[in-house]
Design a protein around this ligand. Structure first.
Ligand code: NAD
Ligand code: IPM
Ligand code: MN
Length: 353
């Protein structure tokens, strides 16, 4: 029996609703699989934890998490309790950086029964490979307080190593898919880092003669996500461009509540971390209407990551049968609660046994 040790961090807001839901689904997955089991350990790291302990996780938090097979995270952020820059640097970004999760993969495709806000969407199935450790999210910068001349500075850092890594990941992924990589750029010389990004893209592309490539300015690319999402296969993007593009990807799927993601540690030294694209959604927290599909689809990505693609595909099929029958939360036009959708998915999964 294969056993996966999973550290679960529900975090804040609806993370506390959708993570337990997705864990119940994973327990059902292990029941029907027969050869796969999970050992979950819960970690309460969150803004509430901060209020009690003065930090988002204990000093040895990384050590406690390091030996798990994966981390399953909900969302971080409750600005009413803790300013976002403290909670995010103290937990979410810290885990991504310290565990060298340098790639963030974020697929977007239409699910049966879920209506896209696009008027007449052609079927699309794309995946954004987001550089996850540097770029616009660098730690270099700060504020200079000088009365009315106060300034804020943010330096973008693009290393050749980090940029190449993201691009190789995108090309390797495209080789297994539809053999097309689009680079999200802004190469018209305004942003200094982007001509460099383009140069690295061209260099890396030379190693993959079988893969078609194109480059789109991020502004035009965002428009194409709305007008022609079906034209994309793999898109490689910097940290901030990828962040924005993937909320747009979520929107054209029908809701940010269904978009999954994985923060991948590529060198095998640390656990990868699976967390949906959405945040803690304070506006709906506690109402029981958070869409659990983003977290459940994220669980499927975690299964794929551990070589369990077959059962992962069964899980996504079951999710789609459920949405196709209209059993969904209000964000995608349904009337059901988080719990009802989760129970239905579990029931249908068990019918597969
Ligand atoms: P958000 O993703 O939390 O919410 C944006 C909108 O989408 C809201 O209207 C929300 O109700 C809706 N939504 C999100 N998830 C949903 C779901 N599962 N079902 C139904 N509707 C859903 O983004 P925000 O409002 O910009 O951020 C709120 C907090 O979350 C902030 O503190 C932010 O920093 C944090 N955040 C954390 C992460 C993360 O931990 N990965 C990601 C994004 C935002
Ligand atoms: C995401 C989030 C985070 C990011 C924030 C909360 C720091 O928006 O995971 O998409 O920008 O990476
Ligand atoms: Mn985001």
């Amino acid at each position: 029996m294969k056993k996966l040790k999973i550290a679960s961090i529900p975090g804040d807001g609806i993370g506390k609703e959708v993570v337990p839901a997705a864990i119940d689904v994973l327990k059902a997955v292990s029941e029907i699989h027969g050869g796969l089991s999970f050992e979950f350990m819960d970690f309460p790291y969150s803004c509430e934890y901060y209020l009690e302990h003065g930090s988002m996780m204990p000093e040895d938090g990384l050590k406690r998490l390091k030996d798990f097979d994966s981390i399953f995270l909900g969302a971080v952020g409750n600005a009413k309790l803790v300013p976002d820059h403290i909670s995010l640097w103290g937990l979410l970004i810290k885990l991504r950086r310290e565990f060298e999760q340098q790639i963030n993969i974020r697929p977007a495709k239409l699910l049966n029964g879920v209506r896209s806000p696009l008027v007449n969407p052609k079927d699309f199935d794309l995946i954004v490979v987001r550089e996850n450790s540097e770029g616009e999210y660098s730690e270099v910068g700060g504020r200079i307080f000088r009365e009315e001349d106060e300034i804020a500075i943010q330096n973008n850092i693009f290393s050749r190593k980090g940029t190449e890594r993201a691009m190789h990941y995108a090309f390797d992924l495209a080789a297994k898919r539809n053999k097309h990589v689009t680079s999200a750029t802004k190469s018209n010389g305004i942003v200094h880092s982007m001509p460099f990004w383009d140069e690295v893209f061209k260099d890396v592309a030379k190693n993959y003669p079988e893969i078609e490539t194109d480059s789109q300015h991020i502004d035009a690319l965002s428009a194409f996500f709305v007008t022609h999402p079906d034209k994309f296969d793999v898109i490689v993007a910097s940290n901030l461009f990828g962040d924005i593009l993937t909320d747009l990807g979520a929107a054209i799927m029908g809701s940010i509540g269904i978009a999954p993601a994985g923060n991948i540690n590529c060198n095998g030294k640390y656990p990868s971390m699976f967390e949906p694209v959405h945040g803690s959604a304070p506006d709906i927290y506690g109402k029981g209407i958070a869409n659990p599909i983003g977290q459940i689809w994220t669980a499927k990505m975690m299964l794929d990551h551990h070589g369990e693609n077959e059962i992962g595909n069964v899980l996504l099929d079951v999710v789609e049968c459920t949405t196709a029958d209209g059993i969904m939360t209000p964000d995608i036009g349904g009337k059901h609660s988080t719990e009802e959708v989760t129970e239905e998915i579990i029931k249908r999964l068990k019918e597969k046994a």
